[in-house]
Design a protein around this ligand. Structure first.
Ligand SMILES: Cc1cc2nc3c(=O)[nH]c(=O)nc-3n(C[C@H](O)[C@H](O)[C@H](O)COP(=O)(O)O)c2cc1C
Length: 352
């Protein structure tokens, strides 16, 4: 099997988005020739009693999932399992297809192991994603669908976009995520307010019992994050995903003028927000931590802080897919060292 270390110099010579398309092309192969990817599953997918938990009425064989934005169009669900992910969040999907922002719109900060993106919800739209999920769902690893409004939808009509998406995906996934935290759709983050959240979850409740989570931005004070998250949970959110990318450009030496930053430089900011939210909501909602996770130790820190699940995106770019296996194997060892027989005992251990 070719190692990622040997491929990386060639991938890094390409524009990040071109490299992404190449990887997608390879991973889509798992849809056509699943058996050809069985050696990958055997090599990368870690399954161990201590990592297994029940959530959202499903079994999660391991807690390391793919963060939204990598598989925007639900084309790589099988491929992601072959890379070892215990669950996949597809999207962000919008009702209508949209092209996203002008290119280039994805950048690497190599020294800082960080990514900056201004994609702007480029995606095939809900009908195509729906068709692909109809072929795939239910799948052996759980699937989340992350949803967002179209760029051309005015904020006053945003609720319709979200309810339309909920109706379309509610029976085609294990959980849904409301994305109002991307920095790349003008005005989107303004929807992180009480009126919108209360109305949205009230409408959502009429439509489905499916767990719906809210994904929040890191660009607010911990107090604001707690206030927003508590409001969402009181309004009916099943959980919180913290965090999306940051617009704090001081974190990298040579920032681009657009987009949100993710990866290693987001680690502490994301953890600070997550920790504040978990202190307030641990035991009351499912909490998922994402942002700068790049090792078993970092994943374990989030789990002990209160994360039932963790997600990864940027570290995949710099460390390659063996990282997922390494994190899971590392987690088994860390759980054992602390005397936990199952991950559920470690989740929120710092809160007890
Ligand atoms: C290129 C790129 C595209 C992204 N697109 C989305 C998206 O469509 N929806 C979303 O909720 N988050 C999106 N994200 C944010 C990630 O899901 C994640 O929250 C963030 O990158 C922090 O995690 P990381 O440091 O592991 O990358 C995107 C991130 C990147 C790097």
């Amino acid at each position: 099997m070719i190692s990622y270390a040997s491929l990386k110099p060639y991938l890094f010579k390409l524009q990040p988005e071109t490299a992404h398309h190449l990887v997608e092309y390879f991973l889509r192969g798992a849809n056509i020739l699943p058996s050809a990817y069985n050696p990958w599953i055997e090599d990368h997918f870690v399954q161990h009693d201590s990592l297994q938990q029940e959530l959202f009425g499903r079994t999660f064989l391991n807690p390391v999932g793919l963060g939204a934005g990598f598989d925007k169009n639900a084309t790589m669900i099988r491929g992601m399992q072959a890379l070892g992910f215990g669950f996949t969040e597809i999207g962000t999907v919008t009702p209508q297809p949209q092209a996203g922002n002008p290119k280039p719109r994805m950048f690497r900060h190599i020294q800082e192991e960080s990514v900056q993106n201004a994609m702007g919800f480029n995606n095939d739209g809900m009908y195509k994603a729906e068709r692909r999920l109809q072929e795939r769902f239910p799948f052996s690893t759980p699937i989340g669908v992350n949803i967002g409004k179209n760029k051309t939808t005015e904020d006053k009509d945003a609720i319709n976009d979200y309810t339309t998406l909920i109706k379309n995906f509610k029976d085609l996934c294990d959980y849904l995520v409301i994305n109002i935290s991307s920095p790349n759709t003008p005005g989107l983050r303004d929807l992180q307010n009480e009126t919108f959240i209360k109305e949205l979850f009230a409408e959502a409740k009429k439509l489905t019992d499916k767990p719906i989570l809210l994904k929040i931005a890191p660009d607010m004070s911990p107090e604001q994050a707690v206030e927003l998250s508590t409001m969402a949970v009181n309004a009916g959110a099943a959980g919180i995903i913290a965090t999306n990318t940051t617009i704090d450009y001081s974190l990298v030496a040579n920032p681009e003028a657009i987009g949100g930053i993710s990866g290693a430089v987001l680690k502490e900011k994301s953890f600070e927000i997550f920790e504040a939210v978990t202190k307030a909501l641990y035991g009351k909602a499912v909490l998922i931590s994402v942002g700068g996770i790049d090792s078993a130790e970092e994943a374990y820190r989030r789990i002990k802080s209160g994360a039932s699940l963790v997600q990864i995106y940027s570290a995949l770019v710099f460390h390659g897919p063996t990282l997922i296996r390494d994190i899971n194997i590392g987690l088994i060892e860390l759980l054992q060292a602390d005397g936990f027989s199952n991950i559920t005992e470690a989740i929120g251990a710092d809160r007890k």
